[in-house]
Design a protein around this ligand. Sequence first.
Ligand code: ARG
Length: 250
Amino acid sequence: SSVFADDINLWKKSTLNKILERGELQVCMEPGYMPFEMKDKKGRIIGYDVDFAKKMAKDMGVKLKLLPTAWDGIIAALVTGKCDIIMSGMTITQQRNLKINFADPYVVVGQTIMMKKELEGKIKSAKDLDKPEYTVVTKLGVTGEVATRKFFKNAKIITFETEADAASEVLNGKADAMVYDQPYNVLFMSDKGKGKLIHLDKPLTYEPLAWAVRKGDPDFLNWLNNFLRQMQEDKVVGFSDELYKKWLVD
Ligand code: ARG
């Protein structure tokens, strides 16, 4: 077969082609990770990823369907074709990247620590907190858990299904600190944590966040990366800057 025929076959198999034929972009995300995907008071899913997904569907000329998916099954959902893309504040890790492909990063974050106010002054770093008398919480299966297990060899570690449950544990005093993505912690501190918790906001890790797609699909990746660059670098329209101001700066 000619190189040209190979290209046509690749395109026919591309998720991008399937999205266009279906007339709908299907996105897996797990709400609860502010400000990227979360539920408003009416239960609608909103956030930074959601606005990007809407714009993406608009530029493709298709409808958008958000599929709320539990974090521990989100990669499996993508790989088995339950959705076209994961847009869920997912950190590119080398382990995940063995199973799925990532578009270029759209934000860089890092893990930070929120802790009880009583520990102010006494605890200034992860090292100070790594003592058997302290309990550190995080969410199961996220990079926060990986970082927690790396930085805390002596403290007690408890994981929760949701970031909200983990944060409540520190608020109600059952745990001493929480490790999670910085943007979430910043928002938590401006709301429920205000005056109650202390934020050690120096990042413990370097974490590019990116949208994930199935492997072997250069056409879709090419579209996503060019879309992303246009959103980020087109200062005339200023889409990305607007979103950044809307969701990531208090
Ligand atoms: N960035 C972290 C990770 O990739 C947490 C992302 C959690 N996202 C969510 N929608 N709950 O592990």
